[in-house]
Write a protein that binds this ligand. Structure first.
Ligand SMILES: [Zn+2]
Length: 381
């Protein structure tokens, strides 16, 4: 079983977005400069110079059953316990840079967690995800950040698989978060859980919403749940497993939402609903009028207030500004996740089929919507 594909966290799904995972343009001069900087500032890990780190790395690749075409470097940084994976465009040889503080802080098994985590970032092509600063608007940016946090959850799972121990993975997380070494730490996961509960009780935290990483408590909790999944138990040839990975993924998503607040879901829902209302109105008024029955249907679904104000807009507007309203709603909806856009198109097709089949005019409207939403499925209704 290829654990990397099976264990990927469900929200870490770039196919839900419109971007393509394409390499940036190759820049030879930049590549040379980068490598030169790396070689002159950091020590490349080899069996000759750092035998125990090198052995740990080999064991990680063996465990993950992937080819080691990576170069590892240790860079002197007495302050930050960090690891980073960087890949130059069009290179199949990624570099992983570990700081001296990280290596000093973690024991060999805990270090495997970090190495596995970084290798997973490369394997999943996380570095090709667009940065949220390139987003078109707030909703798009929030969705991208959610993807970025999801990428960390996936990578932690592979780090855990690589070091083969939940306790070592959690120790690594605690050490990196606290900056403290072995002699201070008494491993007690329920104390961490207590801290997470305290954080959840405070509720939504705006800054977490804009973080590219989930906080360490969420990451620890996510790993503990993952370790009890039926899928992981099967992979590690141990008995039991309380929940399916699908259920675990849901629980993790709920925990993340508690802390980031549900603004992402609310914003997405608003964008979705606006496009659905204006799309449905466009379909319904195709025959020149909005019947009482159609009005009631809309009111039942979206509420009296929203529909009354939409209807009064319809009455007092001209074709051009109605088109603009619809266009705006769909331009926003274009930024929704793909599964949501497909669901939106399905709902619109449903609305269309409720008023009559084989109507060329309606089909034209639907294809225009599908075009904006980048839905390439054939329209049948
Ligand atoms: Zn990471």
């Amino acid at each position: 079983m290829n654990c990397l594909e099976t264990f990927r966290y469900y929200k870490d799904n770039p196919h839900e977005f419109s971007f393509t995972l394409s390499e940036k343009e190759k820049d030879d001069a930049k590549q040379k400069r980068y490598l030169s900087n790396l070689l002159s500032s950091s020590v490349k890990v080899s069996n000759d110079i750092f035998p125990s780190i090198s052995k740990g790395i080999e064991e990680v690749f063996e465990k993950l059953n992937i080819q080691n075409n990576f170069s590892f470097f240790i860079t002197s940084d007495p302050m930050q316990a960090n690891a980073a994976c960087s890949v130059m465009p069009f290179s199949s040889n990624p570099d992983i840079i570990l700081t001296s503080r990280l290596v000093e802080l973690l024991n060999e098994d805990e270090l495997k967690f970090v190495i596995g985590h970084e290798v997973a970032h490369y394997h999943y092509k996380h570095s090709l995800y667009p940065n949220h600063t390139t987003a078109s608007g707030r909703v798009d940016a929030l969705n991208m950040l959610n993807l970025s946090r999801a990428a960390e959850i996936s990578s932690d799972r592979i780090g855990f698989v690589a070091c083969k121990s939940l306790e070592n993975s959690l120790r690594a997380i605690i050490k990196i978060a606290s900056g403290l070494s072995e002699k201070h730490i008494n491993f007690n996961f329920s104390a961490l859980l207590k801290q997470l509960k305290e954080l959840e009780n405070i509720g939504r935290n705006e800054s977490e919403l804009w973080n590219t990483h989930p906080n360490f408590l969420v990451r620890a909790q996510a790993l503990v749940w993952f370790a009890t999944s039926i899928e992981y138990k099967k992979f590690s040839s141990s008995k039991g497993g309380s929940y399916s990975l699908k259920e675990i993924d849901q629980k993790i998503n709920e925990t993340i939402n508690k802390i980031t607040g549900n603004e992402i879901e609310i914003s997405n829902k608003e964008v979705y609903e606006r496009a659905l209302i204006w799309g449905t109105l466009k379909i319904f008024v195709k025959n020149g009028k909005l019947s009482k029955d159609e009005q009631d249907k809309l009111k039942n679904k979206f509420g009296e207030n929203k529909i009354s104000s939409a209807i009064s807009f319809l009455k007092n507007t001209n074709e051009k500004s109605l088109e603009k309203k619809i266009e705006d709603a769909f331009e926003q909806a274009k930024l929704l996740l793909k599964s949501e856009k497909n669901r939106l198109m399905d709902e619109l097709k449903d609305k269309a089929s409720s008023i009559g089949k084989n109507n060329a005019g309606i089909l034209k409207i639907l294809s225009k919507f599908a075009n904006i939403l980048e839905d390439t499925r054939i329209i049948t209704f």
